[in-house]
Design a protein around this ligand. Structure first.
Ligand SMILES: [Zn+2]
Length: 169
């Protein structure tokens, strides 16, 4: 898994910015990120899920930083038996500063700077903001629908801005 280079970084920033400007949803943001990666790879085949998830979390974190209103981030696992113990520990940490590392040394789930054993097939997600109730609300939603939280569409109808926890109020 390669690092996210400057060109890709710039494209991610641009794509995410457009989605944000248009008041787009999480799903649209995901599609935009996917588009950037497909463009980079050409038709070279499937995009590794791990890299995609890492890039998505990276892009979200980058957008959150740029928003200037997000100060914290929380690690959210899918809360099932497959979750790494170290990732449950990150989740238990609760909210930390945007630029801090979680206990496993990663900045976000799928961080390309992490060891493969700590990122491969990770299904964890990053949440932003200062709102702990947000994590609870999500967990409740997952529990009530009986559906596991998935990267592809954890909350398709949530505007991206809300998803990023841009607490402008
Ligand atoms: Zn994980």
């Amino acid at each position: 898994m390669g690092k996210i280079n400057e060109t890709t970084r710039g494209k991610l920033r641009e794509s995410l910015g457009e989605v944000l400007q248009a008041g787009g949803t999480y799903t649209e943001a995901y599609a935009a990120v996917q588009g950037v990666f497909e463009g980079r790879r050409g038709n070279a085949g499937t995009i590794a899920r791990t890299e995609m998830a890492g890039a998505f979390n990276y892009a979200g974190l980058d957008a959150a930083r740029q928003s200037g209103v997000v100060t914290g981030k929380s690690w959210l696992t899918t809360d099932d038996e497959l979750v790494r113990e170290s990732h449950s520990e990150c989740e238990a940490e609760g909210e930390i500063a945007v630029d801090d590392e979680f206990t496993n040394g990663l900045q976000f789930p799928g961080d390309p700077d992490g060891d493969p054993e700590d990122v491969c097939n990770c299904r964890c997600t990053l949440l932003y903001g200062t709102d702990e109730t947000r994590v609870r609300r999500l967990k409740e939603r997952v529990a009530s629908t009986g559906r596991k939280l998935r990267m592809a569409d954890p909350m398709p109808d949530v505007p991206l801005e809300e998803w990023l926890g841009c607490l402008k109020r």
